[in-house]
Every structure is written in C-alpha cells, then in structure tokens.
Design a protein around this ligand. Sequence first.
Ligand code: NAD
Length: 510
Amino acid sequence: MAIAEPIEPSAEGRRRLRLASPATREGIGELDVQTATDVAAAVERARKAQPDWAALSFQERGRHLEAAARRLAEAPDRFVEVIERETGKPPAEILSAELLGACDALRFYARRARRLLADRRVPLHLAKTKKLRICYRPLGVVGIITPWNFPFMLALNPTAQALVAGNAVLLKPSEVTPFSGRLVAELFAEVGLPEGVLQCLSGDGETGAALVEAGVDKISFTGSVATGRKVAEACGRRLVPCTLELGGKDPMVVCADADLERAANGAVFGAFANAGQVCVSTERVYVEDAVADEFTRRVLEKTRELRQGPEGEADVGPIIHEPQLEVIERHVRDAVAKGARVLAGGRRNPAYPGLYWEPTVLADVTHDMDVMREETFGPVLPIMRVRGEEEALAYANDTRYGLNANVWTRDKRKGTRLAGRIVAGSAVVNDCMTTYGLPESPFGGRKDSGIGQVNGEIGLKSYCHAQSIVVDRFGSKSEFLWFPYGARKSRLLKRLLRLLWSTPLGRLVS
Ligand code: NAD
C-alpha cells in the first residue's frame, strides 16, 4: 500500500486519501483533500479573526505560546503517539527533535517578540527636522505549507512566529503526515487561541496550490526544490512575499587534525538521524587522505551498532514517504554502477515489511554520481578521500545546493575560516545540524536551497512589514525642497550639494 493512497471521494465530492504507517504498512486513517472553495472560506474566517488578535499586546499573545509549551511539556505522550504512528520515528527522536525544539521555540518567541518587534525611534543623520519611527506591523493572514520529515516541529515553529507577530495563520501540513500537523492547531485551541486565528487545512498539493492563490499576505514554504519553484512562480505572479526553505546536499569536511572519534560520531548522527530525512543531513563527506582509513573504520564500527525496526528500541526509523525510498535506492544503484563500494547497508532492510533502508556507507564515490549531486534524503553516507582542505572546499562548493555544512578540526579558528568559504546558508564547526535548532540563529539556504531566512530576529521580522512613520518636528509653513522651483533654487541646491558632500564641514553635518 502506498503511504497516501487515493480512495473513493467523500459525499461532498472531495478527493480522499488513505494513510498507512511507514513502519508497519497498516492503515492509520483517512484524509479529505480540501478544495479551493474550502480554502477561500478559511481565508475569510482568518481575515475576520486577525484584527482582534493583532490588537492584543505581545504579552497577551505570548501567553498563548507559553501555555502551549507548558501543555506540551506536561503531557507529551499523546503527541509522541500520533507522530510515531504516522512517521515510525523512535520516541526518543520525536522527543528530542520535534517536542524539545518546539517548546524552546514557543518560549523563545513568547518572551523575545516584544523586544524584537518593539517600535523603534531612529535618529536621522541628515534630516534633522524630522523624526522617524519604525513599527513592525503584522502582515495579516499567513499561509504556512510544510513537509513530512519533521511534521510537528516544522509546522509549529513558523506558526508560533507568525502568530506572536499578530498574524492569523492557515497551516497546510503535508498529506503524508497530516495528523502530526493537525496537532499544532489542536494544541493552540486547547490553550484558548481565539477561533479563526489558526486553522489547519487538510489536503495535498491541490490544497497547497489553492492556498498560494487564495489572496493571503505571505507564504512560508518548507519542502522540495521542485515544489518551491512552483510556489515562487505563483507568489511572483500574485506579488505575494514568500520564504522558501528547500532541500540540501550538505557537505562534511574532515581535516587531518580533527578529533576523529567525535567526527565519526558526528558523521553517523548527521547522516542517519531521522533516517537521513533532515534538510541539513550530512549527505557527503570529504576526508583528508592521511586520516581517511581510520575515520572510515570508526564510522563503520558505529554504523554497525545502530538498531532498526518497528519493535523495541531503535535508532534509525523508516523512510516516511515511499517515493523517497525509491530515490534512495536509485542513488545507491547509480553509485554502485559507476564504481562505488558498499561498506555497510546498501539495501532495503529485508527483516521488515515497513519502509526501512539499512544505514549505508559508500566509498570510492565521485562527483559524477547522483549520490554526490542530488539530495538523497535517506540514511546514506558517501565518503570521498581528498588530498587536502582546498580540494575538500572545491568539492563542497561543487553543488547547486547551499543549505548547511560542517567542518571538523581541532583548530577552531581554521574551522571557522573554512566554514566561511563554503557557500551555504549556515555552517557548523565540530558539530552537525544544530543551526535550525537554535532560535537565535537565522536559517535559510543559498542557491537552490531557498530564498529568505527563517528563525531568530530576521525570521520574526519576516512576518511583519516594517512601516516607517516620519513626523515633521517644527511645523514651518513650507520646506526648502517644496515649490516653487527656479534658477535661484537650482543655484542654492548646487551650493548645498558641494557643502554637504565635498567639504569637511559637510562630513561633520551629514
Ligand atoms: P514537497 O515539496 O513534496 O511538499 C511540501 C508541501 O508542499 C506539502 O505540504 C505538499 O502538500 C505541498 N505542495 C505540493 N505541491 C504544491 C503546490 N503546487 N503548491 C503549494 N503546495 C504544494 O516536499 P516534501 O517531500 O514534503 O519534503 C521534503 C523536502 O523538504 C526535502 O527536499 C527537504 O530537504 C525539504 N525540507 C527543507 C527544510 C528546510 O528548512 N530547508 C526543512 C525540511 C524539509
């Protein structure tokens, strides 16, 4: 059974999908695909609810976020259960990567929004007769479209930011994991969020496309490059601002002076956490020749210790979406056909009917293989030997993606320098993946990995319009630059230009 399989339409004529667990392939529920008419009605409800929500103070809005964090922290089991049923992830992974991050984001934005989005008076460097105030106004109604790999956290995090800034939100989670996305709306409803301020739409690409076309004030999209392009095109046509958080092919650079034990642990976690279904997964390793054998030996030893399967304790869960398993299989097959050696894994796990791919380590890989060029989004770690740091950087940058990167060396200054030369939205030294999880840190890709940034001050402000309000201070009857024009005014303006921009006095004044 496919993971989201079409079934007979509903009585109202909506398309319907049947969902199955990726871990066991047993049915777990059904889903109506909401239409453009449903979406339009939701936008109307959101428009009605938004002004009252925006009229509340930051503290009042923040209180809802704090209450949501508390509720999540006090009773996480229901959330873990729903996410586990839908994704097959090990509970510890759900708690660490979905719930812990969600609580952190909720409290961070609840407490910081007031300061980060406070009205600011900005002194003017030249126009001393005016006062400037910058006010961060909510945009209005924000559409948030999310993927299936972290179905709770990636839905909750942008939602919390948009809400605390005073927007109403229409959330459209992935059709592959709709119930985990719906938990976000349930959580906020349980802590008393006013009706209409956050609505969850159910459906697939049809519903997402309808949301983009529905006249909302911003689209915050997280997903694949291919869909991101369609969203950007539609937003461009409608002049709707959008942020696009897209795929990656993150490089790991292991220098000869790295702590190899930490680097090997980091490689295994960076590549196999969430079964490799992380936008900032380590997808390719470049290791200096001198330490390549020892690094690879340690990686293999740790890979063989990983546990997989639906029963008991496990480290590596299933692939959540069946077509992704086919991508993984195709990349590994292509690599082997072009000369790569499989050192571990390299196949579907034959012990289980679910969508399990064995943690895979590849050697002798080259840049003409798909596994080094396209996003694999699965538990596959290709390792390539390089002659030195310069060669590692050249390979790291030989990609159309630019999301994140990690560099491993005992010399932290060198690590920071090398990381800065990788064209990526963010980078990590002697660690992996942490950038998305830090609410202070702006996050967003370069090249095909996206447009705009989310999280932190930049992310929060992206849910606002910075409205500048200029006030005249002295109330004189007219201004020098106003009418009438004429030869005399031109002469005076030329003198003013010279005075201000070509004399020492001008440098002092402006
Ligand atoms: P996807 O692009 O297939 O789907 C994402 C969402 O878009 C889903 O909700 C889907 O229903 C919706 N959608 C589909 N067609 C649409 C359309 N025409 N208009 C509007 N919405 C539409 O992505 P996916 O397979 O769910 O997610 C995996 C991808 O997401 C990977 O490439 C991964 O790297 C990326 N990702 C990026 C980040 C990041 O922060 N950069 C985070 C997580 C995942």
